[in-house]
Design a protein around this ligand. Structure first.
Ligand SMILES: NC(=O)C1=CN([C@@H]2O[C@H](COP(=O)(O)OP(=O)(O)OC[C@H]3O[C@@H](n4cnc5c(N)ncnc54)[C@H](OP(=O)(O)O)[C@@H]3O)[C@@H](O)[C@H]2O)C=CC1
Ligand SMILES: O=C(CO)COP(=O)(O)O
Length: 328
C-alpha cells in the first residue's frame, strides 16, 4: 500500500518504520519542510536515539503527498489534528483509510480525534480508524514486542489497519469500540501526569497503585456514560495504556508530572519535556465532559486545577485523601 504518515514526531516516525518494515511504500510528512529535509538527509530522529530510519522511507513537507495514498496515518499533536485533516482533505477519497493515532479530545467541541478527522473529510466519506494502546515510540522503533488495538465501527476498515501494521513485534487486535479505545487513550494521559506528580513529590508504590486503580474506576465511569464498552477498559487501550504511561520512563506525561511534583510550573515542565504533553491539553475537556455526563472524576478534577490553575499539589493530595468515606 501507499501510506502517508502525517507528523514526524516520535510516534509518527516509529509507526512509519513499522510500515516500511511491512513492505509498504511510506512517506513521512512534516508540517515544517525543513524538518522533512533534515530527516531525509540524516535518517535520524533525535527523539528516537540510536535508531536509523530505513532507506526506503520517503519524506515530504508538502501535504499534497497524500494524493493517491491508500492509507493516511494522522500522528500529529491533538491540537493540530483539525488543521492537518482540513489540509489533507482535498487529497483523500472514499477509498482512503485514515488512521488516527493521536490521543486527545478536542478542546471546546469535546470530539474524539477520529470524529475531528471525519468532520473535516466528510465530503469524501473515507473510513477513519483509531489505533491505540500501550506503545511507547522508543520501544516500537527498537522492535520490542508491543500490542495495540485497531478500532472502528466498520470491521473491514479495522481489519485493514490490523493487516497493515501487524508483524512479529507489533501485534494488533481489532475492536468495534472506538469510543472506549479513544477515550481510554486520552484520559489516561491526565492520570499519568498525576502519577508523575506523586513520583515527583517522593510518594511510594502504594500511592501509585492507589492512584492507578482509582483512575481506571474514574475513566470507566465517563467512558461507559459516553457509550464505550467495559471490556475495552480491561484491555490494551484501557488498563494496558494506563499501566505503561503511569510507570514508564519514556512517558512524556509522567515526566511532566514529575517536574510539577518537584515544584516546576506546568509550562516549565512542558518546555523541559520538549514533546507534546497531551494530558495537559485533555484535562479541561475531561473535566467538562464529567460535568456534562454527571459522573464523579475527582482525580481528573484535581489534576485540572493543578495543571491549568497552578493549585498547590500538597493541598490537592490532601483533598483527595480526605474525601468523605465510601465503599470501593
Ligand atoms: N510518543 C509515543 O510514544 C506515543 C504517542 N502517541 C500520541 O501520538 C501523538 C503525537 O505524539 P508524539 O509523536 O510523541 O509527539 P511529538 O511532540 O514528538 O510530535 C508531535 C507532532 O505534531 C506535529 N505538529 C505540531 N504542531 C503541528 C501543526 N500545527 N501542524 C502539523 N503538525 C504539527 C509536530 O511537528 P514539529 O515537531 O515539526 O513541530 C510533531 O511532528 C500524541 O497524541 C501522543 O499522545 C501515541 C502513542 C505513543
Ligand atoms: O500513549 C503513550 C504510550 O502508549 C505515550 O504516552 P506519553 O505521551 O506520556 O509518552
Amino acid at each position: 500500500m501507499k501510506v502517508v504518515v502525517l507528523g514526524s514526531g516520535a510516534w509518527g516516525t516509529a509507526l512509519a518504520m513499522v510500515l516500511c518494515e511491512n513492505g509498504h511504500d511510506v512517506t513521512l510528512w512534516s508540517h515544517r519542510a525543513g524538518k522533512a529535509a533534515e530527516l531525509a538527509q540524516s535518517r535520524q530522529n533525535p527523539q528516537l536515539k540510536g535508531v536509523t530510519l530505513p532507506a526506503s522511507m520517503s519524506f515530504s513537507g508538502d501535504i499534497a503527498c497524500v494524493q493517491g495514498a491508500d492509507m493516511v496515518v494522522c500522528a500529529t499533536a491533538s491540537y493540530a489534528v483539525r488543521d492537518t485533516a482540513k489540509a489533507m482533505a482535498p487529497y483523500v477519497t472514499a477509498e482512503t483509510v485514515v488512521v488516527s493515532v493521536t490521543k486527545g479530545i478536542e478542546r471546546g467541541s469535546h470530539l474524539r480525534m477520529t470524529q475531528v478527522i471525519a468532520s473535516e473529510t466528510a465530503a469524501t466519506a473515507c473510513q477513519v480508524v483509531a489505533l491505540s494502546g500501550p506503545s511507547h515510540a522508543e520501544e516500537v522503533s527498537r522492535k520490542l514486542p508491543t500490542g495495540c488495538v485497531s478500532a472502528s465501527d466498520n470491521a473491514k476498515a479495522a481489519e485493514l489497519v490490523q493487516d497493515a501494521f501487524m508483524n512479529s513485534y507489533f501485534r494488533i487486535y481489532t475492536s468495534d469500540d472506538p469510543v472506549g479505545v479513544e477515550l481510554g487513550g486520552a484520559i489516561k494521559n491526565v492520570m499519568a501526569l498525576s502519577c508523575g506528580v506523586c513520583d515527583g513529590m517522593g510518594f511510594g508504590d502504594n500511592t501509585k497503585a492507589l492512584l492507578m486503580t482509582r483512575a481506571i474506576t474514574e475513566i470507566s465511569r465517563l467512558v461507559l456514560a459516553m457509550g464505550g464498552q467495559e471490556a475495552t477498559l480491561a484491555g490494551l487501550a484501557g488498563v494496558g495504556d494506563l499501566i505503561v504511561t503511569c510507570t514508564s520512563g519514556h512517558s512524556r506525561n509522567r515526566q511532566a508530572g514529575i517536574l510539577i511534583g518537584q515544584g516546576k510550573s506546568t509550562q516549565e515542565a512542558m518546555d523541559a519535556v520538549g514533546a507534546v504533553v497531551e494530558g495537559y491539553y485533555a484535562a479541561q475537556s475531561v473535566m467538562e465532559l464529567a460535568e456534562e455526563f454527571g459522573v464523579e472524576m475527582p482525580i481528573s478534577q484535581c489534576a485540572y486545577q493543578v495543571l491549568c490553575h497552578g493549585r498547590d499539589v500538597h493541598d490537592v493530595i490532601d483533598e483527595l485523601m480526605t474525601r468523605s468515606k465510601k465503599g470501593e
